[in-house]
Design a protein around this ligand. Sequence first.
Ligand code: PHE
Ligand code: ZN
Length: 853
Amino acid sequence: MRPSTPPTIRLVDYQQPAFWIEKVNLKFALHPTATKVTSEITFHANADRGDGPHDLRLDGRDLKLIHASIDGRDLADDEVLCDAEGLSVPADLVPQEGFTWRCTVEINPEGNTALEGLYMSNGMYCTQCEAQGFRKITYYLDRPDVMARFNVKIEGEAPVLLSNGNKINHGSWQDPWPKPAYLFALVAGELEVVEDQFTTRSGRDVVLQIFVRKGDEDKCDYAMDALKRSMRWDEEHYGREYDLDLFMIVAVDDFNMGAMENKGLNIFNSRLVLATPETATDANYKAIEAVIAHEYFHNWTGNRITCRDWFQLCLKEGLTVFRDQKFSGDMRSHSVQRIEDVLTLRARQFPEDAGPLSHPVRPEEYIEINNFYTATVYEKGAEVIGMLKRLVGDETYRAACDLYFERHDGQACTIEDWIRVFEDVSGQDLTQFKLWYQQNGTPVVSVDEDFSQGTYRLTLRQDADASGHRIDKAAQVIPVMTGFLDTDGSEPLPEQCLILDAAEKTFVFEGLTAKPVVSLLRGFSAPVILDHTMDSDQRMFLFKHDSDTFNKWEAGRGIALDLLCDMARGQLVKGANFADALRTIALDGALDPNFRALMLTLPSEDAIAVHMGHLGAVPDPEAIHRARHDLKKTIAKQLASDLPELFAAMRVRGPYSPDADAAGRRALRLAALGLLSLLDDCAAAQDLYWGADNMTEQFAALSILISAGKGADAIDAFYKQWKDEGLVLDKWFAIQAGTTPPEAALDVVRALGEHGDFNWKNPNRFRSLIGGFATAPASFHRADGRGYEFVADWLIKLDALNPQTTARMCGVFGTWKRYDKKRQTLISTQLRRIQKTPTLSKDTGEIIGKLLA
Ligand code: PHE
Ligand code: ZN
């Protein structure tokens, strides 16, 4: 059993291992409950340590050791000291120069409900080793700085036996590229394969294979297409080619995360591979494209160059997210992509950074590394790369990346290595920039303006954020893209990138005839909170005239947020001006339909709660829900005569295509339908539901009907139509949990929790129902606290089987301190109840401990 207080691991304690590993031979004799793994590992001394002699210390968890030997000599029971975290062989039995370790262990894939290590999903064997799952397969130096060559032999009945690298013969694999154990993978089962081919720009022919369960072969076209586009894009934009003759993807139904970049053998949550027009929405297609690219891009940013230790996780994740965002932008629309990325950042990372789970992009300590696959490491990590690129310029960025690949290929690196290539190529000192990796919290940038006699002074300040996280922090380097507008909408000065690298800085602009309207932080050039007091006329002016699409959207959103906050605080407001400006944009045929759809989508209830917090008010989730509904209705009325036409005009004719243009038109069409439904008693939504020939429209119509309380028939029909399609059934659970009106939601999710198809051990299904409910603020935060109790019950139940997914989902309580005292008491009662669970995992224990601290 684990010790009562699990140890904290610290970056400052990093030490190289006493031994390196050259080669690993693994043999698997597969059996559902008793798989035997035999390993033969060649170790040699780490000359840099010079502080021996060393015991042999190997990581291992839940392993049954059957046999071990060193250099062919069997080790007796008392020569191998096993404990809960691994084993040790005393130094005097370990040839210090180098030796061959052999051992056989037995493991139980079927009993592995945590989905880390080797486990079974629907009768198929698969692995998940990042971050520390390999130690559940065999004893090893399970740390990313130990890179070795792997040979793998799999014995089993299954017709498909896969591992990393090149296939030697059935069940036998060799990976020529040294890799850390977290990139190891094995898959075995009755799988079908969909095959294609790609020729790299230097002429290497690569076989591309996607493995799926029988019956899913026709759902891989889009993933395959996205893979080929990703491979080409990485060649064109980063000069990176694929480096094996085979690239495989496997779709797995039970998976804790999205997907995993194992060398040559990516393993995917099936929801991020499988799609047909009838079963997947436009959003699903977009996610598939992004994640296929993300995992493929890891081949260079993550695999060829990996992380020295897990504190450096953002080295591969931030960079790879940045790369997949740019890829998606190139495939679709950069301005829409930017807005969506910022929406995600604000929805997930800003709250994380403002609450008890806040940590730097490069954390300095952890208890359980699985808890650090966060929005901060991923999304803020990507923003930091974007700022770096902006600061050094596009060409220098590319040159620095080239140098990074050249200098560090085959190595396990740190953020220092990454920063250094930029310093070497640009000649800039990036010491201060590095604070973005070291300091947590979201900087708040506030603004003062002064205009006299043709001189415009703009003063920018960076301050502690509202949560106080940034008190005593050093000033960071904040690039603020800035535009200047005249009253006629023209720009008297060129756009500039102002660098705020002190607590306060004043920028002076001469020769202006009038005070300009300033457009700050264009393109969201830094992940900060901009505290720029503007009156509604100024906002409206930017909403109508800003040439920067991001700031145009941002201005509209700012107006909506102000209105919604006032409404949620019970003030009578008239949204007519705003609705009128929205109408102009919604009907502007010169604008991208996707952008227009984003404009018509009001800020989420959570975003409204955050904004109220910034204004010093305590959010009331029910009042926010009502306010949002009321403003939607105001907008709908203002657009009443346009909506039916817009809805009809945006219809996409011909066979369904998931491309950006068609998806953008559907998005606008469905945004119009959402508004129209508030006026026509859902008549058009009913028609669309019963007549839809694609999931995007069917699902959007279902959502509208459920949120209006008119979904009963459609819910039944949807179930009957899709009960055999697991991924569609996930949607059925999620949409009811997330959009049922707050008064009814708890009863609905309780009943669904008893449904025969609620297979709660499947992470996708669990997240759909429990996560769907917990991310609907007015339902989850119901005043009597029964929403909290319901979620806590399920988290306690899941923790016993799957700590990783449970701990992640505890994040739904991360914003608890923003609510009123009564709710805070109700929540902390539930958090304490979870904390008292006798068998609580280290994963969940760490998160709950922080939430309560
Ligand atoms: N490395 C994976 C990715 O971001 C995420 C992951 C982490 C998957 C841990 C599984 C377990 O692409
Ligand atoms: Zn990743």
